[in-house]
Write a protein that binds this ligand. Sequence first.
Ligand SMILES: NC(=O)c1ccc[n+]([C@@H]2O[C@H](COP(=O)([O-])OP(=O)(O)OC[C@H]3O[C@@H](n4cnc5c(N)ncnc54)[C@H](OP(=O)(O)O)[C@@H]3O)[C@@H](O)[C@H]2O)c1
Length: 249
Amino acid sequence: MTTPFHLTNKTIFITGASSGIGRQIAISCSAMGAKVIISGRDEERLNETLALLQGEGHSQFTSDLTDEKQRNDLIDLIPGIDGFVHSAGIVLPVPVKFIAEKHLRSVMGINFESAVLTVARLLKNKKLNEKASLVFFSSVSVNHPYSGGSLYTASKGAIEAYSKNLALEIYQKKMRSNVIVPAMVRTPLYEETINQGMYRNVEEYESKYPLGIGRPEDVANAAVYLLSDASCWVTGTNLLLDGGFTIGK
Ligand SMILES: NC(=O)c1ccc[n+]([C@@H]2O[C@H](COP(=O)([O-])OP(=O)(O)OC[C@H]3O[C@@H](n4cnc5c(N)ncnc54)[C@H](OP(=O)(O)O)[C@@H]3O)[C@@H](O)[C@H]2O)c1
């Protein structure tokens, strides 16, 4: 039986691949037959990701995506791609009263602006192959606010709106754009969220997940689906992955 649930002959460009969800997506994509192009700022951690990939022909680029020159140089260097995953992102909790321009620039810069500007250049430079699939990350917190989360959740709300408009502008070449909306997933970003004291009682918070806190593998499986031809009829959607959190246990 032939199956569309694979990534053979596809080249997938993944940002934020030096850690957490992005790293696991790179590993899972390689296991499903893709050649992956991984990027992040930390070269050592990118090397670690590269060492975990299956198959051959992968490449890695160290780049700060909020720096115009570094971002453009990277995009100009990569070959045509069949998939783009923007997993790079930060959390920076700031109470609304203390938000300054630097906070706004930091959060929007990597979570939203770098995605928008990367896609614009990929399109202009004709780096997206026909039927390319683009995957972005939002967060369940867009609809479940937390104190200090206004910038983070706004950046994620912006990416949700952007992705739907993007889907409308690229469908003629059968390209697709979708957003994965995870609740808490155990990654360095999650540990940082906990360490910053965003949840007073961590055990109580975690008990609200009927299926437990997510693993990077759970998210990577969804990304593989969205990048594969199995999802060729899916565009402009937000895919919620929350272990049952929003059922309201
Ligand atoms: N973990 C969760 O619970 C959760 C829940 C909902 C949504 N999400 C979203 O899922 C995505 C991945 O999160 P994660 O948990 O995997 O986070 P993570 O482990 O902290 O990884 C974040 C990645 O972003 C990269 N990055 C940050 N700033 C960058 C910059 N200026 N230029 C280039 N790369 C940059 C980091 O690269 P370097 O370290 O090399 O700089 C790192 O690879 C994020 O968009 C996040 O908002 C996560």
